[in-house]
Design a protein around this ligand. Structure first.
Ligand SMILES: NC(=O)c1ccc[n+]([C@@H]2O[C@H](COP(=O)([O-])OP(=O)(O)OC[C@H]3O[C@@H](n4cnc5c(N)ncnc54)[C@H](OP(=O)(O)O)[C@@H]3O)[C@@H](O)[C@H]2O)c1
Length: 312
């Protein structure tokens, strides 16, 4: 019964998504600021996905949680130097300044980057969202964000989303989305949202495949993005024998098999690393393909539960 309701709700969601997406695209074309960077090509080897408003997003990026201070700056600068263009940060990581400095040190043209930040729960609400956004871009040293997400579905989500829609329309953000939203919470948003979230960034990895959200998002206008694509190393992912057996066939590591699995599922992933060798290794996933049998074998690793119960 619950599934049936979900299907119906999702259909309604999709109907409104299609309408809103079309409207959003027209709006993007009408706005000179948005138009100016809407079609900037991504000049690196990472394939891109087209989001629901027509902008391109790299399908593999760089996560920065816990990478703070000088180490954060060095890691971001290293990541850009080896080819990452999508950089994921958040107010709550306490590293937006360090990330901004890393971007500056990389010397890369801002237009080539795709910078994501997130609104923390303490700032939920219309006015506080606008202020928090300004604080984030000032810390990052950028005039606009490529993607701004509601970090968690807490507090005044409606007021937050309205503020984000206005920032988007003003050309200050190229795409807006959410994080840690369940399908029902996305459905609830569509009661008032004029713009369909471009992204839902959620915990997903081989041990938590989130098949319910995966199916829901696959059939919606909202792109799924994986946080902790390696489960932050938990549950022995880098030593897992099943992944190692698969990797042996292609001369790839467990990390690479995991990222390739995300990629073949059509999920954007943002692995973090403080080591340049790992950053390079994690980018080297576009020259092999997991077979259907490999994908089915990896499906059996699903424990269908979070690896971060402490964040519940
Ligand atoms: N929206 C949200 O609520 C939310 C929540 C959590 C995270 N995130 C985002 O998702 C990003 C990624 O998640 P995460 O930081 O939790 O962890 P993760 O990317 O799943 O895993 C990071 C860990 O993997 C190790 N690692 C990376 N590449 C490796 C390789 N090739 N071989 C062996 N070990 C490797 C890293 O160690 P080394 O440094 O030694 O390489 C680090 O310990 C975050 O940084 C953040 O941007 C979002």
């Amino acid at each position: 019964m619950e599934n049936h309701i979900n299907v119906i709700k999702r259909r309604e969601f999709l109907k409104s998504s299609a309408k809103v997406t079309a409207a959003t695209m027209l709006m993007g074309i009408g706005s000179s600021k948005l138009f100016a960077f809407s079609f900037a090509p991504l000049k690196n080897s990472v394939p891109a996905v087209t989001l629901n408003n027509g902008i391109l997003m790299p399908r593999l990026g760089f996560g920065t949680n816990t990478l703070k201070g000088a180490m954060g700056t060095q890691s971001v600068s290293d990541a850009i130097s080896v080819g990452y263009r999508l950089i994921d940060t958040a107010h709550i990581y306490g590293n937006e300044e360090a990330v901004g400095e890393g971007i500056k040190q990389s010397g890369i043209d801002r237009k080539e980057l795709f910078i994501t930040s997130k609104l923390w729960v303490d700032f939920a609400g219309y006015e506080s969202t606008k202020k928090a956004f300004e604080t984030s871009i000032n810390k990052l040293g950028t005039e606009y964000l490529d993607l701004y997400l509601i970090h968690r579905p807490r507090g005044d989500v409606k007021g937050t989303w309205l503020a984000m829609e206005e920032l988007y329309k003003a050309g200050k953000i190229r795409a807006i989305g959410v994080s840690n939203f369940l399908p029902d919470q996305l459905n609830d948003m569509m009661e008032y949202a004029k713009i369909t979230p471009a992204i839902n960034q959620i915990e997903t990895h081989v041990f938590f495949q989130e098949n319910n959200s995966y199916e829901f998002l696959k059939n919606s206008e909202t792109q799924m993005e994986a946080w902790s694509p390696f489960a932050a190393g938990r549950n022995g992912i880098f030593e897992n024998q099943t992944l190692a057996e698969i990797g042996k066939k292609y001369n790839k590591s467990n990390a690479q098999v995991s990222l390739r699995w995300h990629y073949q599922r059509g999920v954007v992933a943002i692995p973090r690393s403080s080591q340049k060798a790992h950053m390079i290794e994690n980018l080297d996933i576009f020259n092999f393909e997991l077979s259907e049998t490999d994908m089915k074998t990896i499906a059996t690793l699903d424990l269908n539960k979070t690896q971060f119960p402490e964040w519940g």
